[in-house]
Design a protein around this ligand. Sequence first.
Ligand SMILES: NC(=O)c1ccc[n+]([C@@H]2O[C@H](COP(=O)([O-])OP(=O)(O)OC[C@H]3O[C@@H](n4cnc5c(N)ncnc54)[C@H](OP(=O)(O)O)[C@@H]3O)[C@@H](O)[C@H]2O)c1
Length: 246
Amino acid sequence: MTTQIALITGANKGIGFETARILGGDGITVLVGARSAGRGERAAAALRAEGIDARFVRLDVTDAGTVESAAEWIDAEFGRLDILVNNAGITTTGAAGNGLYPPSRTAPDLVRTAFETNVFGVVAVTNAMLPLLRRSPAGRIVNVSSELGSLGLHSDPSSSVHAVNLLPYNASKSALNAVTVAYAKELAGTSVTVNAAAPGYCATDLNEHAGHRTAAQGASVIAGVAVLGDGGPTGAYVSEDGPVPW
Ligand SMILES: NC(=O)c1ccc[n+]([C@@H]2O[C@H](COP(=O)([O-])OP(=O)(O)OC[C@H]3O[C@@H](n4cnc5c(N)ncnc54)[C@H](OP(=O)(O)O)[C@@H]3O)[C@@H](O)[C@H]2O)c1
């Protein structure tokens, strides 16, 4: 069987790195997308030291030039892409932002910056990679969302998500969910599926390691969706516990 090719954005650390490790451990060639050459090369080398076929590709999701160059390089090197994990993500209010940044005291720029990476970056990378994914017999796009993007959970006062009112991050992940549905509709009936995965609250730099799960546990949710076979869902939003309400 031909070796599968997976691109993971923001794969130099955290959940993205662990996703690359799981997919690579399954024999998939992993392209470690990172905006810093130093951090990306180090991450790819660490994976190679574990026997994984890992290559660094420079990719800042907010920089159209690097997105285009990455797509051209993947085309020249492999001629197709099987798995795209849109993992790169940021928070603009810090780990302890909840309470410090009520929406009424959140500058629009904090929202704009979060959307640049978490939403517009995903659209840019997806559009650039789609021609390559269409050449795969079974293209898989996984958008790394969050339960904090769930409008259903935010409107339920009994949900633990309800108290976390971080406008930039939460709204960006809700928008990412909308992006997921939009691409899934366009690609329905093709060999490319598009799903959103919520890794759960994982200890990473994003939250100053406050999460109660490991990055590897979060990554297992994403990797699981990335390798779903034919007949798997498209346009779904899932966590380890199953479907998440939109
Ligand atoms: N941790 C959680 O509890 C949690 C829960 C739900 C969802 N998520 C989501 O999981 C994803 C990974 O987060 P994480 O927790 O692993 O955070 P992390 O450790 O901070 O890792 C974030 C990764 O994204 C990269 N990145 C940021 N901006 C980028 C850009 N413009 N272009 C390319 N890469 C960029 C970072 O690169 P640098 O090293 O260069 O900054 C880093 O590799 C995010 O989408 C996040 O929203 C996390």
